[in-house]
Design a protein around this ligand. Structure first.
Ligand code: FE
Ligand code: FE
Ligand code: ZN
Length: 280
């Protein structure tokens, strides 16, 4: 089985265009924003594009894909209108994603904007109680965060608290972003096994559904969240390759969110594939 490796792609030309681009750059998965990342209207659904994409994905071995919610949403803002808007937007995203057979819906848990982690966690869990019944066959993923500002999800324990509050329901899991966990303080460069044990004890590795593979511009624990090209940041290529080939992780869909154009993504995908194949 080929590893599921891809990158973030622009959705401006629709699903089929993303599928074709993915194949061109050696990807068999990809990620896209469900709508303008800063919020705003989703494009009109296009059933012809969708069915053409599904046939193309099937014929070209494109596996599950990741839909990323706009990063401006905030399920635990102190402002009720922002919380409501975020929930409504996510419900609309879930409805629009239903025709895709295998899709993971990744979102940032939220920023509690001064309310405190506990209150933020409760509001996120409350929103998820409304989202989960509408998920259909979409799996919702809380992304691990760098812990900048008042972000919730900057520790594994904080994500686990959300899952546990809901009783660890089916259809809800975590997407691990390598830049974010590094910036949050986890030493994935020198102590990967210990970090994965920590994740397993708190969240549970069975709850991990996807990876964002990024290097980081900043030192561990910086809480900055600035992605870097693979091997040009503080995590380094070797450590990232230890993750993408790790027996507990190598089967997961992994997407790059590095500062690259398509040729740069193609190169990074080749590098990761070569590393995986050398070990296989
Ligand atoms: Fe993200
Ligand atoms: Fe990410
Ligand atoms: Zn990020």
């Amino acid at each position: 089985m080929q590893q599921l490796i891809g990158c973030h792609l622009s959705s401006s030309k629709g699903y089929l265009a993303m599928g074709r681009t993915a194949v061109q750059i050696g990807a068999n998965t990809f990620q896209f924003f469900t709508r303008n990342p800063r919020g705003g209207q989703a494009r009109e659904a296009n059933p012809q594009d969708l069915s053409a994409y599904l046939a193309y994905a099937d014929g070209n071995g494109i596996g599950p894909v990741i839909a990323h919610a706009p990063y401006t949403l905030n399920l635990c803002s102190a402002k009720e209108d922002i919380r409501d808007f975020s929930l409504r937007t996510m419900l609309d995203d879930l409805a629009r994603l239903q025709p895709l057979p295998q899709v993971l819906y990744n979102f940032h848990p939220g920023s509690h904007t001064g309310q405190g982690e506990e209150a933020g966690t409760a509001q996120i869990a409350q929103a998820l109680e409304a989202l989960l019944p509408a998920r259909g066959n979409v799996t919702l993923l809380l992304e691990t965060m760098a812990g900048k500002g008042s972000e919730v999800g900057g520790t594994f324990a904080s994500l686990a608290a959300i899952l546990h509050r809901l009783g660890d329901p089916p259809g809800l899991g975590v997407c691990l972003d390598t830049c974010h966990v590094w910036d949050a303080g986890y030493d994935i460069r020198e102590k990967l096994e210990a970090v994965l044990e920590d994740f397993d004890r708190t969240v549970g590795l069975s709850r991990l559904y996807a990876l964002h593979i990024n290097d980081s511009k900043n030192p561990r624990g910086s809480h900055r969240d600035r992605h870097e090209k693979l091997g040009e940041g503080m995590i380094g290529l070797e450590a990232l390759e230890r993750m993408t080939t790790h027996p507990a992780l190598c089967h997961l869909p992994m997407v790059l969110e590095t500062p690259n154009e398509l040729d740069g993504y193609a190169r990074e995908i080749r590098v990761l594939r070569a590393c995986g194949e050398a070990l296989a």
